[in-house]
Ligand binder design. Sequence first.
Ligand code: NIG
Ligand code: FE
Length: 416
Amino acid sequence: MIRKLFTNGRIFSPLDQGTPLAGELQGRVIHFPRGAMCVCNGLIEVVGNEEEVLKNPVCRRIDLEVDCRGYCVIPGFVDCHTHMCFVKRREEEFVQRLEGADYLEILRRGGGILSSVRTVREAPDAELHAMTRRHARAALQLGTTTLEIKSGYGLETASELRMLRIIGQLGREMPQDVVATFLGAHALPWEFTGNPDDYVDLVVHEMIPAVAKEGLARFCDVFCERGVFDAGQSRRILESARSWGLGLKIHADELHDVGGAALAADLRVTSAEHLLRSSEANIRAMARAGVTGVLLPATAYSMRKEYAPARRMVELGLPIAIATDCNPGTGYTESMPFVFGLSVLNMGLSIREALVASTLNAAYAVGLGRKVGSLEVGKQADFLLLDGDSPAILAYHAGVSPVVEVYKQGEPVYSC
Ligand code: NIG
Ligand code: FE
């Protein structure tokens, strides 16, 4: 047994209520101006004001004491939506978009997601693994201690399984907790042009059973979008995934409202992601259905689209999480500090709401709310030291990471 005492930190943390935090609770954060934390075998045993913590009898049996030097201490970020398992960047496509090309039009002509599919299918395992690891490593240095990674650049059974195995392997190698999501319905592969329902059959009858039998993913996601998968096809896939015991996510209303958010509410999925075009009625329906809205402001930023109406969503009681969406097409960043800043400055979340969105609510969005996402007794001691007085530094010191140190289960895993 190893017991560590962390002293002299300005601690800020959401307060877990057993469900994602919505409405007024979205901004409920506890603050200990001079806080301390006792960590035993990687789990938080005591946390609070330093004076109180030091009175606790367990603090007489400490193996190691760490001075947090007055830095701001927050839970490690949970990046709950990424596509960082890919091999080749698409810088040219980015430049084409800057010059006016349309993202879905590029996809329709066989580029975009499909160009990533070509390179992933051809790449040796070692290359795919190395590139994904690079992204996960960058995320760690930017404070991400829990990470979701989607498949979706294979779009044939063997390649999808290969991606998920590599994602699983990374989870065993990296300090982060890694959650794998199966996204076989990310685009229609060229072999099925004109026959989307046949591809949906393949996803339902072959891919999902194989993923579930091998235990390769915790969630299944679908890109429900005009010209990609419609609401009916998305429903078939998600209902099948549910019957195989997978959790459900959906890319909904990213570029057009084709019924994604309505479906999310109807199926009571764990999380609906993007939501740039969602109607107020559907936001209310998702709130009633217990769905978490995962907002990806770096994508709106990179696509130069209007941001999701985050303020209104909080008012309507939809719990909000934020994530990077790290992918080679619509938004290439591993930086949760960047996303935090965008969510405050461009989506109107308060600092406290953004903290809850990037930690506890994001943890619930990947099914790990009971384990990570807040600095409370019984949770994993996953936390960051920030060079600032409060989490406001994340939005204030723009374009720079204030992350000084990263701890996973009480162990230092990065120091700048
Ligand atoms: O979340 N929208 C679908 N998937 C990603 C983009 C993936 C890509 O362009 O490679 C997204 O925006
Ligand atoms: Fe995405």
